[in-house]
Structures are given as C-alpha cells and as structure tokens.
Ligand binder design. Structure first.
Ligand SMILES: Cc1cc2nc3c(=O)[nH]c(=O)nc-3n(C[C@H](O)[C@H](O)[C@H](O)COP(=O)(O)OP(=O)(O)OC[C@H]3O[C@@H](n4cnc5c(N)ncnc54)[C@H](O)[C@@H]3O)c2cc1C
Length: 328
C-alpha cells in the first residue's frame, strides 16, 4: 500500500514508556524513520520474562523487515506447544505449536520471550535511541503543541509525541483516559502460575491528542490467544509507519487506529471464543469436553481443526510498505 511522504524537518521527539516487545519495536522503527526517540523503562533493563511466545503471520514479515528473522528462527523452540496435565500432574494430552497456529511451517515459530526481547534490544542498541532505565512518567500534560513530562526521577522534558507501551496495566493509558476508562475484560480465570489474571483490554480509542498506545497497553489479547507478541510487533510497525507518513500526529494516530483496530479486535474475540475454552474451561463440563477433545486429538494425531481461525486472522493482514520513509 503506497504512503505519502511526510515533511522530515525538524525531527520530532518521541517518548516511549515501556521497553517490552511493543516499546522496543516502536523505538526501532521510529528511529529508522528519523524521529528522536527516548525510551523510559521502570525496571533496570528490558523485560527478561522467559515464557514462550509465538511469532507468526504478518509479524513474521515485520521481523523480516527488521532483519531479525534469521536470528529468531535459529533460536526457535523445537518442541513447542502446550502440555496438559490432570490434578495429579499426569499428562493428559499435548498440542504442538504448529497445530495451535495454522500458518505455513516457516511462517510461524515459538521463542522464549527473553530471546525476542534480546534481539529487539540489540537492534535498538546500535541506534540513536536514549534510554532511561529505572524511571517512569510521573506527570504528563498532553498539550496542543507538545507533551510536558515530569519523570519520577524529577527530570522534566517536553516531547512532541508520547507512546504508551507499558503493558496491560498501562499507567500511560490511565493518565490519558483516566483510571476508569480502560475496558478490561476479565476472562474469568485466575492463572496463578503467571501471577496475573487472564484478562483483555479493549478500548475504542488508542490515542488522545499527542499520546497513543501500542501493544498490550492498547489491545491486550490475553496470553490465551498466543498472539500478544505478534500483535505488538504489528502494531508497533503500523504506529511508527503512520507517524512517519503524516505530519500531524493526530492524523497518524487516526490512520493507525483505523488500520489496526478491526484486526486487533478480531484477534481478541478469537482469544475469548477459542483460547479460553481450550486452555481454561470455566466449568466441570467444559473441562471434561476439553479433555475428551485432547484424547481424540492424541489418538488421531490431528489438532489442526482448532487452529484455522487463528492462522487465517493473522496471515490475512497485509502490511503497508513504508520503505520510502526510511531515513537511516
Ligand atoms: C504468562 C504469559 C504468557 C504469554 N504467552 C504468550 C504467547 O505464547 N504468545 C504471545 O505472542 N504472547 C504471549 N504473551 C503475551 C505477550 O508477552 C505480550 O502480549 C507481549 O509481550 C506484548 O508486549 P508489550 O510490550 O505490549 O507489553 P509488556 O511485555 O507487558 O511490556 C511492557 C513494558 O513496560 C514496562 N512498564 C510497565 N509500566 C511502566 C511504567 N509505568 N513506566 C515505564 N515502563 C513501564 C514493563 O516493565 C515492560 O518492560 C504472554 C503473556 C504472559 C503474561
């Protein structure tokens, strides 16, 4: 999809809150499009969580365009997927990763989240991106001409644009839309292993004035969808590309929302519809049905019927081409 060129001077300054998958990918692309990028991360380094994440569909194309595909592909898990056990810990079935997501074999892989984060960090390290670790936004004033930010450390700075990439419990989102505004949808499960609830966030708007949201801050699909990292990579690419393609950030945000919202929402709905019932049935009957399906799948060796919609949703999304906007 061709995009119009934006005026490039002077370079606009962007603050990204959060150095997760979405924050690092957005920083990488914005830097390549010629923006002055600062990332603020409340922890001492980019997130190191070690659970497996899937990269598939249009997100494969994003990591290819970033030059990270070979490294991630080489580090992919060779026996990925899900294993189910009963209350006594005895195995009752498993589903291979390729059966969870119905993409072509080389258009989907699973890696440790730490591997994905390290690859993204390395991509941003050699570039002109400023990092503020162990700090966060304390006060944010979203004005017409810029965003005044006061950090917890006491430092103050004005940015042209602020991006909230600070995850499912986004503080940036609360600062811009108010603490009650986010539409978090609790999926009805408590998942102690991961110390969090299985919930989704969906809001009809991901931006206000000069502030926008990306990744889980905008559209948490819940870990049950197995799509969060892929959606974060796709959203980061679209947001950065649309900012590069427009002079006015509010036009860019409107275009980003228009492109990404229907796709992200559909992914969330599928997470609720299929992922929830597959991973964590709500009642005894659901659990029995799930286990019967697993047993049948083990017997027949076919799990693919459960995955068609996942793969189709993600693979169907066509990425715009922003190559002409790359500045460095
Ligand atoms: C248990 C679990 C299993 C998952 N499994 C999968 C899977 O199989 N496949 C998949 O694709 N996805 C999976 N996901 C989801 C996936 O990890 C996320 O959807 C994806 O990482 C989105 O990244 P993000 O950058 O938007 O948010 P996050 O990864 O949450 O990153 C947010 C970053 O912001 C930082 N931060 C938070 N608050 C502030 C603040 N106030 N100021 C500054 N920094 C801040 C955090 O420290 C963090 O570094 C899983 C998630 C969980 C929890």
């Amino acid at each position: 999809m061709p995009v119009k060129l934006r005026s490039r001077s002077p370079a606009q300054s962007v603050l990204i809150s959060g150095a997760g998958v979405a924050g690092l990918a957005t920083a990488y692309w914005l830097d390549r499009f010629g923006f002055e990028v600062t990332i603020v991360e409340r922890t001492g380094s980019a997130a190191k969580a070690n659970y497996p994440v899937n990269v598939h569909g249009a997100a494969i194309e994003v990591v290819e365009r970033m030059g990270a595909f070979s490294r991630l592909w080489a580090a992919r898990a060779h026996k990925p997927g899900l294993r189910f056990v009963n209350a006594d810990g005895h195995p009752i079935g498993s589903i291979a990763s390729e059966d969870l997501i119905d993409d072509a074999p080389n258009r989907h892989f699973e890696v440790r989240r730490s591997v994905l984060s390290s690859a993204l960090q390395d991509l941003t390290r050699g570039r002109e991106i400023r990092h503020r670790f162990e700090d966060c936004i304390d006060v944010l004033k979203n004005g017409q001409a810029g965003v005044e930010v006061r950090f917890r450390s006491g430092a103050e700075q004005r940015f042209d644009i602020v991006i909230g990439a600070d995850g499912m419990h986004s503080i940036t989102r609360a600062m811009v839309f108010g603490p009650r505004a986010p539409a978090n949808r609790y999926l009805g499960f408590c998942f102690n292993v991961f110390f969090d609830s299985a919930s989704q966030h969906s809001s009809p708007r991901w931006s206000s004035g000069r502030v926008a949201l990306v990744g889980d801050a905008a559209h948490t699909p819940s870990f049950m969808s197995r799509k969060g990292s892929s959606l974060a990579l796709i959203g980061a690419y679209l947001l950065a590309g649309e900012l590069a393609a427009h002079v006015d950030p509010t036009d860019a945000f409107a275009s980003y929302e228009g492109m990404a919202w229907p796709f992200m929402r559909l992914s969330q709905m599928l997470a609720f519809k299929e992922g929830g019932s597959l991973l964590m049935p709500r009642a005894r009957e659901g659990l029995d049905a799930r286990d019967a399906i697993l047993a049948a799948m083990q017997a027949s060796g076919d799990a693919s019927s459960h995955s068609e919609q996942w793969g189709q949703t993600n693979s169907a999304f066509k990425l715009p081409d922003y190559t002409r906007l790359i500045a460095n």
